[in-house]
Design a protein. Structure first.
Length: 398
């Protein structure tokens, strides 16, 4: 490895460690119900992902120059809208930077060869944060939104229960990935059951479904190659969800129940109807209205992207996202890489009802970063529980 590559690798590993620390800090301060302190961790985490994105730019090969061209056009489009603003909007600039960094993350490879050491970091941090979440669920912050409003669902001080469930699901998945390879199965099983209980308290059914599918694949099918059609299916599901949901609601199917006695319809129809009505303007449909929507959470990731950037950009973005995922799946030849890809597919299912993961918002972007990093593993992994401290081997990336 060249010295410059070694420096990139060391820097990237250091950033990963700091990202995990920011995630831990974000949840540890939740009981304080002080959003000023919490937003410090969000801001630091976002800056770290901007740095990750900048470091990964050289990984775009000449043959993938269309990705770079798309990134440049996307950046120009975003910043053109910023300069057209009538008044300065930090929210718009911040959201644009988040989305650009997320696009780079989704279309490029990692900068470092993952070793068992990095896997231990991720695994141990996930356990610590999972325990922190469970303890927080008994505090006064458990059922309050970050703006101080009380809610009947578990939110752990976050903006909405769906985002909370996505975070819980993320740590659930990371721990589940390590479950079969660990000797501490009883302890991990207790933690997994506690996290599933917290997900139920949020009432976020898409996250419960996604985690259940990850668990099913891990237990039964982890040695089976994932067909490419199953890579496309969750992506298509997330795209078609909002129009089908709205049409069902308008057609009078108001009494549909899903995963329990709770109605299938939960108020998203109001958001969906408002955005779809804006698409009557052909200009908004084709090119979006970034000044108005600002990547605001439309409770559906494809709809959020189309509302902000237009259907043309939406098609291009999802084309690159899906192509990269199919490429990773084609080279996935270990249970670790295949389970990680299923975790990403679970995020697509979750994105049908919550968009913050796909707009690059911290801390939810952390899991996509971890899943992609593990999915790039193309050699068998080694773990401490089975092989001991002195047998640390690398996970070699393409």
């Amino acid at each position: 490895m060249k010295k410059s590559d070694e420096r990139f690798s060391s820097l990237s590993k250091g950033i990963l460690f700091c990202i995990l620390l920011c995630n831990l800090g974000y949840f540890m301060v939740a009981p304080l119900r002080n959003m000023g302190i919490r937003h410090v961790f969000v801001f630091l985490g976002s800056l770290l992902f901007y740095l990750i994105a900048a470091l990964r730019l050289p990984n775009i090969k000449i043959k993938n120059s269309t990705i770079l061209l798309c990134l440049l056009l996307l950046s120009l489009l975003l910043f053109q809208n910023i300069f057209k603003m009538k008044a300065f909007s930090f929210e718009l600039i911040y959201n644009c930077m988040n989305f650009i960094s997320f696009f780079i993350l989704m279309t490029t490879k990692s900068n470092f060869t993952t070793t068992e050491k990095e896997l231990r970091w991720i695994f141990h941090f996930s356990i610590i944060i999972a325990i922190t979440m469970f303890i927080t669920s008994f505090t006064s912050a458990a059922y309050y939104f970050e703006d101080g409003r009380n809610t009947g669902a578990l939110v752990l001080g976050m903006t909405n229960p769906n985002l909370t469930a996505m975070m819980i699901s993320g740590y659930f998945n990371v721990i589940a990935i390590n479950f079969k390879r660990s000797k501490r199965k009883i302890m991990l099983l207790i933690i997994l059951l506690a996290l599933m209980y917290l997900m139920v308290l949020t009432g976020a059914r898409s996250s419960i479904l996604a985690s259940a599918l990850v668990l099913l694949y891990m237990i039964v099918f982890s040695n089976v190659k994932i067909p490419q059609i199953l890579i496309v299916a969750p992506v298509v599901f997330s795209i078609l969800f909002s129009p089908i949901y709205l049409n069902l609601y308008k057609s009078g199917f108001n009494n549909i129940k899903f995963l329990g006695s709770k109605s299938f319809f939960s108020g998203r129809e109001i958001v969906y109807e408002k955005i779809f009505s804006c698409f009557d303007n052909i200009g908004v449909l084709l090119f979006g209205d970034l000044d108005s929507f600002k990547f605001s959470n439309a409770h559906n990731a494809p709809l959020t992207i189309v509302a902000s950037l237009g259907i043309i950009c939406g098609v291009v973005v999802y084309h690159y996202f899906t192509n990269n995922l199919m490429s990773l799946n084609k080279s996935a030849n270990t249970p670790l890489s295949r389970i990680s890809i299923v975790c990403i597919l679970g995020v697509y299912i979750q994105s049908s009802t919550e968009s913050l993961m796909f707009t690059g918002t911290f801390p939810s972007i952390t899991f996509m970063y971890i899943y992609l990093m593990l999915a790039e593993n193309t050699n068998e992994y080694m773990i401490r529980d089975q092989y001991g401290d002195n047998n640390e081997k690398s996970i070699v990336h393409n």
